[in-house]
Write a protein that binds this ligand. Structure first.
Ligand code: NAD
Length: 439
């Protein structure tokens, strides 16, 4: 579009739908070409995106590449490597009463897909779903988060220069613009963000019987067993928790452990914070800022729970909150009532594994559950006796970097899944075909 007047949502969708109807987006060649163009966008403009991410979140350049740009490139490459194989028709055995017939499934593109992204990984969480949507032969309306305005502007400026502009549109905006978009009929809506808006999205989708994927959040617990080395566990917990200043959907939200292990783990967590960010994390290039004043005020309001093991300092002008560990936190403390989504790690004491499992099962199903243990029996029990979007033993956050694993929530943490071939399942219709010869 060359006009400076923003195109209305109904016009955007109509334009993309017209493109979809021509069949242009269906061939494998169009799909792989779009993925290669997306690849070129990220490699040629990586520095622009890194600068935008720094402006929005104070993200260091290395972290911006690792968690957003290179992450998305890996998803693109994995898809390019396997797409043809994933799209192959899959035969199904036919029952005896249909002998002579053949049955198989094929993947149909859905049509026009809406992707709504949040602010915390504003590039990755917009583009990684788009990889799957484009690989599945769809047109895409991409709605970046207004709370990451520099990244939103960079995507809106650059993406149309690389991708098929009649098949992919970026619509910037906040609640009014998103509300107007949601009135349109899409063939799938992929939403990442909080559960309150997730419900709004699902209600709007119901009007058109549009299927949804909801990638939501919640409190992801980390259980630490008594047989573990405190420094190893602490180093891994700190790296996962304070990545992006705790503004990561799969960050360990709180630690569950017995009192003796807590006494060993808490000083180890303080040492691990210093090892990763130095004595003054405010000066560390690898430590992000809180996205805005509203979240800053919400988070500083949670600092009063329990006892401060390390951190606790903050600076509103710079939207800085030190990596903070709170010890002896009561289950009914304010910090335990909502997803923290910031650099505060409470340690909650429970008697044993049974109590930890009961604690998890008494609450909403988390997006991720982590456990640090040497015990095979403990791993088996946690696998079988709890439900969560993903389960990580010995390492938080990293499961979402495995392209062959599905990524998604369950219950309050969401519905549906993506990454790799699971994105093809999400953004396609698996059509059943039966064929019986006429003679
Ligand atoms: P956000 O405020 O950026 O909102 C997400 C999107 O919803 C934005 O594009 C925004 O414009 C849109 N939106 C906001 N209000 C709306 C409304 N009333 N109607 C229609 N659209 C609206 O991000 P957020 O929700 O603060 O993100 C943080 C949450 O997202 C956390 O709960 C986090 O755990 C979760 N999250 C989940 C994942 C995941 O992959 N499962 C990833 C990142 C974040």
């Amino acid at each position: 579009m060359t006009s400076s007047i923003p195109e209305q949502p109904d016009a955007v969708v109509a334009r993309l739908r017209a493109t979809f109807r021509t069949g242009r987006t269906a061939p494998l060649e169009w799909r792989t070409d779009q993925l290669r163009r997306l690849r070129a966008l990220l490699t040629e403009h990586g520095k622009d995106f890194a600068a935008a991410l720094h402006a929005d979140l104070g993200k260091g350049e290395a972290e911006a590449y690792r968690t957003e740009i290179d992450f998305t490139l890996r998803e693109i490459d994995h898809t390019l490597d396997h797409l043809e194989e994933w799209l192959r028709p899959e035969p199904a055995p036919v029952p005896p009463h249909l002998s002579g017939a053949e049955a198989w499934t094929v993947y149909d593109p859905l049509g026009v897909v809406l992707v709504i992204a949040p602010w915390n990984y504003p590039l990755q969480l917009l583009l990684a779903p788009m990889v799957g949507a484009l690989a599945s032969g769809n047109c895409v309306v991409a709605k970046p988060s207004e709370m990451a305005p520099a990244t939103s502007a960079a995507v809106a400026r650059l993406l149309p220069r690389f991708l098929d502009a009649d098949a992919v549109a970026v619509v910037e905006g906040a609640v009014p613009e998103t509300t107007a978009l949601l009135e349109q009929r899409f063939d799938h809506i992929f939403y990442t963000g909080n559960g309150t808006v997730g419900r709004i999205v699902m209600r709007a989708a119901a009007e058109h019987l549009t299927p949804v994927t909801l990638e939501l959040g919640g409190k992801s617990p980390a259980f630490v067993d008594r047989d573990t080395d405190a420094d190893t566990v602490a180093a891994r917990l700190v790296a996962g928790k304070f990545l992006n200043a705790g503004q990561t959907c799969v960050a360990p939200d709180y630690v569950l452990t017995d009192p003796e292990t807590a006494a060993r783990l808490e000083p180890a967590l303080a040492r691990a914070v210093t090892a990763l960010y130095g004595d003054d994390p405010a000066a560390a290039p690898n430590y992000s800022r809180i996205v805005n004043e509203r979240h800053f005020d919400r988070l500083t309001g949670l600092l009063g729970s329990g006892r401060t093991v390390t951190g606790g300092t903050h600076d509103r002008d710079r939207k800085y909150i030190a990596p903070t560990v709170l010890g002896g936190v009561a289950p009914d403390a304010p910090v335990m009532q909502e997803e923290i989504f910031g650099p505060i790690l409470p340690v909650v004491e429970v008697a044993d594994l049974d109590a930890a499992i009961a604690f998890v099962n008494d609450r909403d199903k988390p997006l991720a559950l982590y456990a640090f243990t040497e015990s095979e029996e403990t791993r088996r029990r946690l696998t079988g006796e709890t439900s969560s979007g993903g389960l990580g033993f010995g390492l938080p956050v990293a499961h979402l970097t495995v392209s062959d694993l599905p990524f998604g929530g369950v219950g309050e943490s969401g519905m549906g899944r993506y990454h790799g071939r699971y994105s093809i399942e999400t953004f396609s219709h698996r059509k059943a075909v039966l064929s019986k010869p006429l003679a």
